[in-house]
Design a protein around this ligand. Sequence first.
Ligand code: ATP
Length: 444
Amino acid sequence: MDKITSLAKRRGFVFQSSEIYGGQNGAWDYGPLGIELKNRIAAAWWKEMTQLHDDIVGLDAAILMHPRTWEASGHVENFTDPLVDCKKCKARFRADQIPEDKLAAKQCPECGGELTDIRKFNLMFKTHIGPAEDSASIIYLRPETAQGIYVNYKNIIQSNRMKIPFGIAQIGKAFRNEIVTKNFIFRTCEFEQMEMQFFVKPGTDEEWFNTWRQRRWAYYEKLGVKMDHLRWHQHGPDELAHYAKDAYDIEYQFPMGWRELEGVHNRTNYDLNRHTQYSGKDMQYIDQDNNNERYIPFIIETSAGLTRNLLMILCDAYDEEQVAEKGNDDDWRTVLRFHPSLAPITVAVLPLMKKDGLAELAQDIRKELKEDFSTDYDQGGAIGRRYRRQDEAGTPFCVTVDYQSKEDGTVTLRFRDSMEQIRVPRAELAARLRQEIKAYKRKA
Ligand code: ATP
């Protein structure tokens, strides 16, 4: 993880928030390459969940919601983590994350000192809206995007004439006052979620739950993620959230071990029942194709962290490869093997020399490619060095412009993974790149 964190900083993927002030715990900034990668991961998910499914529509709900929302959802009462402190070294832990024997003995897992009793700690960030800081002005930063979907579900049925089964997808920020934020961007206080809530008829929920489990698994396969680094974890009775009937996590083998990447949950009709109760509004679905049968739908949720997906994609792509055996540092290259559709830069254009019109020609080729691809241009230093820099940024294709290009209109196309180079006529370059992106398969 140290290598990935330092690469992320060095190449402008992720910076510590407010670094000049010593950093802000639990918050991170996404630099030029990071925001491109994040946008592409979000776009891939959005395409998968909306464009490829006729029965799913999108939403972008506000972060600030009526405070009653969080009473109804159970978050005010239940969204807590068990907290313990070490009286000696002052370290703070989530009680469910320290070994049972240590917890039973009230012994600090780090220094052996005495632990405090367990206190329940609510993870929601609270603030005030308006000028008065009294209890009437309390408002929360949403701890999940899901509730914005539930409170809009009737609006969407009416405005878009949706029929059950159907889904609503949303990507957006969520905030949790996490007790322990470590492992880089894995667990942060401010993060982004990609959630899809699928509304189904009660009784069909288990089947839909299985369908969505399969679909979400297949999605990661399509993204080219190492499938032996993914596994399912079913929540046991003591892990299930207060609203869940069944829940599975897709876990990824991060450098620090197997951790949750995404959750697929059967949330039953808990949330809509509670919103009915707290808002006084009728949240029933009226099935006009079935004698106006009325029911409160069950909800199958797929909930993935966008920023956590970004960490997974970075870890999954990271590779160090020996490319020569001359006994010096240059023998190795660091390469991020991103799927070309996720890579922040798709193609870099490199003139072999700055002089003799090669730079101008390369700029001209870049200008042409820019319309369809995210591009970079680099004319500084030895060509081998420039390839390494692009490898480290995860750029799948480099186009090199040399003297021959001036004569016969061909360029060198260099592939990141195999380092193979071929000559391609400039006129065919864009089509060739599109074809390579579509056909991309990661080698094991
Ligand atoms: P945990 O038990 O690890 O705190 P959770 O089970 O409460 O997490 P969910 O509420 O199911 O997590 O959230 C859905 C997804 O949102 C998670 O799978 C994860 O990808 C992401 N996520 C949740 N909390 C955080 C966080 N603090 N930082 C980054 N991503 C998060």
